[in-house]
Ligand binder design. Sequence first.
Ligand SMILES: Nc1ncnc2c1ncn2[C@@H]1O[C@H](COP(=O)(O)OP(=O)(O)OP(=O)(O)O)[C@@H](O)[C@H]1O
Ligand SMILES: [Mg+2]
Length: 276
Amino acid sequence: MSNKRPNKETTVRIPETLRRVKNIIGVFSAKGGVGKSEISLNLALSLAKEGYKVGLLDADIHGPSQPVLFEASKEVIDVKDKLLLSPLEKRGVKFISMGLIARDQKPVMWRGPMVSGAVMQLMAQTDWQELDYLIIDTPPGTGDAQLTLLQRLPLNAAIIVTTPQDVSISDTKKGIEMIKRLELPILGLIENMSFFKPEKSNKKYYIFGKGGGKSLSKEYEMELLSEIPLLEKKEFLILYDLETYKKVFDSLAKKVVKNMEAIKKTVTQVIPQKKG
Ligand SMILES: Nc1ncnc2c1ncn2[C@@H]1O[C@H](COP(=O)(O)OP(=O)(O)OP(=O)(O)O)[C@@H](O)[C@H]1O
Ligand SMILES: [Mg+2]
């Protein structure tokens, strides 16, 4: 775990709406389609179930997928003449996504010429109130747009998601290097789609290869927070509603809370105290 970033107050100007948000965590992967959105949502649900005040921001402006995953694709938030947006509240999670903004009202949110501007606007204009955790589902990539976005978001820590495939692991390495350059603490690594276990069998099938996440976590000295099995999705569902996945995400949420607290302790230790 890196702990070089002093704290969010000293690095990025915090919008008024985020002043009562205690922890902002970005779920990040270099490669697309590895499960960031799925993990962000289920982690948020688990933290909310634990009794924390939780928000979820879908920072994917071009292809927001949270409204679909969160069964909110028909919901619309009215932004007309509003300085602050009220997030949707679902299952104890305050949720905002560009996908919730009505099509004809979107230009209001798009004044910023860059994607990062639009994300910041969405984040800063949402009336989050008090939150223990704000989970940000970030778009994939290690390019300039992604870098600018990560630099501008007032993140306290990142979680990195990969799948066991070689291509994902090698992309993830690039992603880790980028996060390290930003001096953003990393809470740990999640390997998604680690294996497939048929319902009535105890045998695990390592469809995408085995041990990639583990060796990556060793190489970069970061905790492997979770190895999430691949689910054969027959119909639309929220993973957290399945007993096996509930266990996986509850265990993940506990580790996230623990590591976040640990990071905060080391961060306060390195900040010089003001005298007088
Ligand atoms: N463990 C899993 N088992 C089965 N399906 C999964 C699992 N994790 C994610 N999925 C599914 O795989 C697809 C891609 O996942 P998701 O959208 O979360 O990835 P992403 O990293 O957010 O993608 P993008 O980079 O496009 O934003 C989705 O349909 C999602 O429901
Ligand atoms: Mg996504």
